[in-house]
Write a protein that binds this ligand. Structure first.
Ligand SMILES: Cc1cc2nc3c(=O)[nH]c(=O)nc-3n(C[C@H](O)[C@H](O)[C@H](O)COP(=O)(O)OP(=O)(O)OC[C@H]3O[C@@H](n4cnc5c(N)ncnc54)[C@H](O)[C@@H]3O)c2cc1C
Length: 180
C-alpha cells in the first residue's frame, strides 16, 4: 500500500527533490516523493552536466563549494557512477576589459575558498593550444568539471564495464550507454 503520511512530502523528482529525499532519508526521516511523470525526466536529465563554480554570484559560492564536495563523493554515496570528471573549467576573456573582470573575480572569490588560476600570453598558448589567438586571458578552476546528466535520466543507466573474460582484449567501451 502506498503510504499517505511521512515526515516530509516532496513534490518533484528532479535533482533537487531526489537529493532532498536522499539526504532526509540519511537523517532517518520518512519521505514521500511525488513525481507527476518520471524521475529525472525534466531539466535534471537533459542538462549539460557542468559542475562549475567560477562566475557564480559570490555569496552563492559556499553552497557551490559544498555541492562540488558532494559530486566527488557520489560514487560512495549512491553506489552509482555518474561519470563526474574534474576536468577543469575555463572562463575566457577576449578583451582587456574582460580580463580585468576575470582578475577582479579571482581576487574576490579567494576568501570564499575558490582558487582560480589566471593564465595569459605564452602560458595560455602552451597549456591550451586549442584556444583562439583572440583569447587574451583565461581563468582556470582546476577541480571543477562535468557529470553525466543522462545517467540520472529514466531508462538510461551507465553500462558497467564488461567483465573481462579470460583472454579478452582491452577494448571494452564503458562510456557507452544502453536503454533499459
Ligand atoms: C538545456 C539545459 C542545460 C543546463 N545545463 C546545466 C549545467 O551545465 N550545469 C548546471 O548546474 N545546471 C544546468 N542546467 C540547470 C539544471 O538542469 C537545473 O537547475 C536543475 O536540473 C533543476 O532541477 P530541479 O530538480 O529543480 O528541476 P527539474 O529537473 O525540472 O525537476 C522538477 C520535477 O518536478 C516535477 N513536477 C513539477 N510539478 C509537479 C507537480 N505538480 N507534481 C509532481 N511533480 C511535479 C517535474 O515533472 C520534474 O520531474 C541546465 C538546464 C537546461 C534546461
Amino acid at each position: 500500500m502506498i503510504p499517505r503520511q511521512a515526515d516530509a512530502i516532496i513534490v518533484g523528482g528532479g535533482i533537487m527533490g531526489a537529493a532532498t529525499a536522499f539526504f532526509l532519508r540519511q537523517h532517518g526521516m520518512s519521505v514521500i516523493l511525488l513525481e507527476r511523470d518520471l524521475l529525472g525526466q525534466a531539466a535534471s536529465g537533459v542538462n549539460f552536466g557542468n559542475v562549475r563554480r567560477q562566475g557564480r554570484f559570490l555569496p552563492q559560492l559556499p553552497l557551490a563549494n559544498r555541492s562540488r564536495e558532494i559530486w566527488g563523493q557520489l560514487p560512495e554515496l549512491l553506489g552509482e557512477d555518474v561519470e563526474f570528471l574534474p576536468s577543469g573549467h575555463l572562463r575566457l576573456a577576449f578583451r582587456e576589459a574582460d580580463a580585468a573582470q576575470l582578475e577582479a573575480y579571482a581576487r574576490d572569490a579567494r576568501p570564499y575558498g575558490l582558487e582560480l588560476e589566471l593564465i595569459s600570453h605564452n602560458a595560455l598558448r602552451e597549456r591550451f593550444p586549442f584556444l583562439s589567438p583572440e583569447v587574451v586571458m583565461a581563468s582556470y578552476s582546476p577541480v571543477d568539471g562535468h557529470g553525466q546528466s543522462a545517467a540520472r535520466r529514466p531508462g538510461l543507466r551507465p553500462r558497467r564495464p564488461p567483465r573481462r573474460r579470460h583472454g579478452a582484449g582491452e577494448h571494452g567501451s564503458p562510456g557507452h550507454r544502453q536503454a533499459r
